[in-house]
Design a binder for this molecule. Structure first.
Ligand code: SF4
Length: 191
């Protein structure tokens, strides 16, 4: 099986000759057609546009862990293993009580954001963000954008501390950290 990558700003789904379904050299069936640009037909791998909102306590963070996790499709970005990712927004909540969450998604939406990730700092900070529920309800209701809790895998040192504190014992918290809990081996690489 071969993969053909078409770099085009246009939707070419209607003009692809049927002979493109097979390799012109070995005549193998072409397994995927990946189109980058506007439009696109069914069955193609699409570009997922994501934005990130971080906890303002970490506002000086350079985003190293989030960007590494994006590139490696680790933590919550494992959701996009089969998709291309483009980051279209990155900001902090603006500080407690998170006033920037009221307005920043508007700008992200203008850039085409499909989903907003609330960074892992919101669940690993001491204490975790007390407004997670409000953010998760407000953003889809106001802007129609999906929300995912978490970005990079939880670092192991935070994991151990919160295990000792019993922070994430409840079913609600287990649901909140499900994308970023990962494995001990993975968590250690994010310490
Ligand atoms: S705890 Fe929540 S509201 Fe406060 S700064 Fe962090 S993300 Fe923002």
């Amino acid at each position: 099986m071969h993969t053909i990558l078409i770099l085009t700003p246009h939707n070419v789904s209607n003009i692809l000759p049927t002979t493109f379904t097979h390799c012109s050299v070995c005549n193998d069936e072409l397994s995927h057609i990946i189109e980058i640009g506007k439009g696109g037909g069914g069955g193609r791998i699409k570009m997922k546009k994501i934005s990130i909102i971080i906890c303002d306590r970490y506002r000086t963070c350079a985003g190293g862990k989030c960007l590494r996790a994006m590139a490696n499709r680790e933590g919550a970005f494992a959701l996009y293993k089969e998709e291309e990712i483009e980051i279209v927004g990155y900001t902090s909540c603006g500080g407690c009580p998170g006033g920037n969450v009221e307005y920043a998604p508007a700008e992200m939406k203008k850039n085409g954001a499909d989903v907003i990730h609330l960074a892992t700092g919101l669940v690993v900070g001491y204490p975790p963000c007390p407004r997670l529920k409000a953010f998760c309800e407000f953003i889809p209701a106001k802007y129609g954008i999906d929300v995912v809790i978490g970005t990079h895998p939880i670092p192991q040192n935070y994991y151990l501390t919160h295990q000792n504190l019993g922070t994430w014992k409840s079913d609600r918290w287990q649901g909140r950290i499900k994308h970023v809990l990962t494995t001990e081996k993975m968590r250690l690489t994010y310490d």
